[in-house]
Design a protein around this ligand. Sequence first.
Ligand code: ZN
Ligand code: ZN
Length: 380
Amino acid sequence: MAGNANGGEVPGFRIIWYLHGAMEKPLLEFTDKGIYCPPADVYLDPWRPVDKAIISHGHADHSRWGHKRYITHERNVPIIKHRLGDISVSGRPWGEPFSIRGVRFSLHPAGHIIGSSQVRVEHQGEVWVYSGDYKREDDGVATPYEAIRCDTFITECTFGLPAFKWQPQEGVFDEINRWWLQNQAEGKTSVLFGYSLGKAQRLLRYLNPAIGRIYTHAAVENMTAVLRPVVDLPPTIPITADTPKEALTGQLVLAPPSAHGSSWIRKMVPYVTASASGWMAFRGTRRRRAVDKGFVLSDHCDWQGLLECISETGAEKVICTHGYSEIFSRYLREQGYDARTEQTQYEGETTEMDGQQQDSLNKRGPVENTPWAQRRQKDA
Ligand SMILES: [Zn+2]
Ligand SMILES: [Zn+2]
C-alpha cells in the first residue's frame, strides 16, 4: 500500500496523489441522484428520477418510481412492474454484455432475492462492480451469488459487524417447522413475519406443507403469485374477510412485518408470532418488536461472507455503502484494501429493522451507538 499512516509521508507526494485523483474521473461517481456513470450517462439504483436507470433488484430502496427507462434482470421485470405499474423496462439475462455509449455493462447473480443482480461496468480496461444487496449462501430460490473479478467493488454492509454470523439455512428451517408443530399441538395459530418480496418466498419454499395449511396476507399472496412461474412453492390460501377464524387454528399465517399489531392479526387469537430476519441475532430486537420468537435468517451476507466475497473479486478498491459502512471500511483498510464509504439512500432492508436500529444506521455514529456495541456492553 502506498504511504505510511504512522508518519514518514512526504507532503509533496500527497499533493501529487490528490491532484492525480482529481484529474482522473472515476467510472462511477456518487451524486445526489444516485450512482452515476458519466461516459454512459446512466444511473445505478438512483433514488431520484432520472432518464435511464439500471436496477439491481426489486426492493423499494433500490427500484424507485419515476425513471424514464429501466434496465434490469429479466426475472426482476415482473416484480418491478407489479410494484411500479406501467413503466418502460427492458429485461436482460445473466452475463450478457450490453453497451451504452461505448461502456460495457452486464448483470450477474447477487443471490439476495429472485432477480437480484450485481452490475458489472467496464470502460477503457477498467472494471467496477456494484453489488446492490447480496448474500453468499445459495438459498435455493434466488440464483446463487457469483464472484466477479474487478478493480473496484461497491459493497453493501448491512450486517458488516463481526457479531453477525449466520447458520446454514437448513437448521433454521427445521427450527421454524418444529415451532409450527409445537404451536399446532397447543391449538394455536403460527403467525410468521417476513418481507413480502424475497423473505416470504424463501420461507414458503421450506415450510413443510405436510404440517398444515399455509395462509397469507394479501401483500405476500400478491407478490408470491407474481413469482410462482419461476419458483416452485407450496399452495397458499389468501386470508379474506370470509375466512372463518376456526379455519386458522393450528395453521401457519405468513404476513409482512407491517401487519404486526394490526386488527387483521387479532382475528387469529389464540396465536403466537415469530419474525425471520438477520436482526434477530440481536437479542433486544425480538423484545422490542414484541414477537414471541425470532429466527435468524437473512438475505444479506454476514461479516465473514462479506469478507470472503470481497476477497474473491480481487478488487483493490472497495467502496462501502449502506449498513455498518464506517466500521466495515475501517476494518478493510486495516487489511490493506483501499476502502472508503459513500453516502447513499439505500436502507439495509428498513422493514427488517425497528426504529432504533434504523436511527443508529442513519446517523452512522461511533461504534458505541450501534446495537452491537450496546449488546457487547451489556454482556461484558
Ligand atoms: Zn434488498
Ligand atoms: Zn437494500
